[in-house]
Design a protein around this ligand. Sequence first.
Ligand code: PLP
Length: 405
Amino acid sequence: MSDLSKAAPQSPSPTAKYRPETRLVHSGVLRSQFGETSEGLFLTQGFVYETAEACEARFKGEDPGFIYSRFSNPTTAMFERRMIELEGAEAGRSTATGMAAVTTAILAPLRAGDHVVAAKAMFGSCRFVIEDLLPRYGITSTLVDGLDLEQWRKAMRPNTRTCFLESPTNPTLDVLDISAIAEISHDGGARLIVDNVFATPLWQSPLELGADVVVYSATKHIDGQGRCLGGMILSSNAFIDEHIHNFLRQTGPSLSPFNAWVLLKGLETLAVRVKQQTESAAKIADVLAAHPKISRLIYPGRSDHPQAATVKKQMHAGSTLIGFEVKGDKAGAFRFLNGLKLTRISNNLGDAKSLVTHPATTTHQRLPIPARAELGISEGFIRFSTGLEHADDLIEDLTAALDRA
Ligand SMILES: *Cc1c(COP(=O)(O)O)cnc(C)c1O
């Protein structure tokens, strides 16, 4: 049992040696003197000290412990430690949202004059950070077709410091070769940051594939029940200490202890949820692929996925997400969406409830039509996030809405 009063904000827990499912339940627990079963929720801004000397020692870093919840908090520390041990990273920090994690991981280590290479298929806000925000601070970027390794090689410049990718991509579920891109990044003296949201920590381990930094929106599968926002940056001790630690402390996009507690509870059931959702998704993808109203279907678990060999090489399983194109462009897609009775229309994903998104008019509406077309986001394209409902109920709902579309 950890002595909470003396707990270092991120002391390794003895559970790191267990398998992922076990780590998801036990890693990082800081149990108080009351011996509570469930992780304690420390809704506190700050901490008090027995003496002025103790306070001084805490601030000098001579006495491990908590100072202020913008820096760290027992509940957020438990969440961070569980994520670190799940991912097999050396270190990590939580953030208020996934975008705070992405923005910090990209921006914090860079200086004016640096250059970034990124795969152009990515979450809309990530694209804003790279294309619109970075140039204001003198950081240039090149966007490449993430599947084309030659484009990555050609885009590297002497001042390239960071490469960024997301895989599987949102929303078209392309699977990028992480180890090959890590090698290109390292040959060019740059670090590779991977947004691993779509794969989840269970189905893909970017650090093992050679990436230097992994970022998550914990809002998605990690919460998995639609309740709160959160994010996580995972990397080496050196990267976190040098680039992330102070940036987060001083700029303050801290995860709320309440949300950290919710996310800890989410992690406990992550494996059972994601396994079930993936199993259902595979079944649904096979049914939809054969439906006459669907012109194209992309599912990383199917042998007809365009990068099936890369999926096999770097992922442990398919995905909870399915991408498909409904015939009849926007009108056809909207008729399908409006015909759904069980599946809800939303821009979110990774939830217990199945959710459908029309990226062209929502998450990717900011992009001009040619840029969308280049990414394969047609007017009929739909992203389906598989929930925890019975797969047959979902299949009936989806096929009935398609039949009517
Ligand atoms: C949702 C998402 C984000 C942003 O996360 P928030 O928690 O909404 O800020 C970043 N990347 C990907 C791939 C996402 O799906």
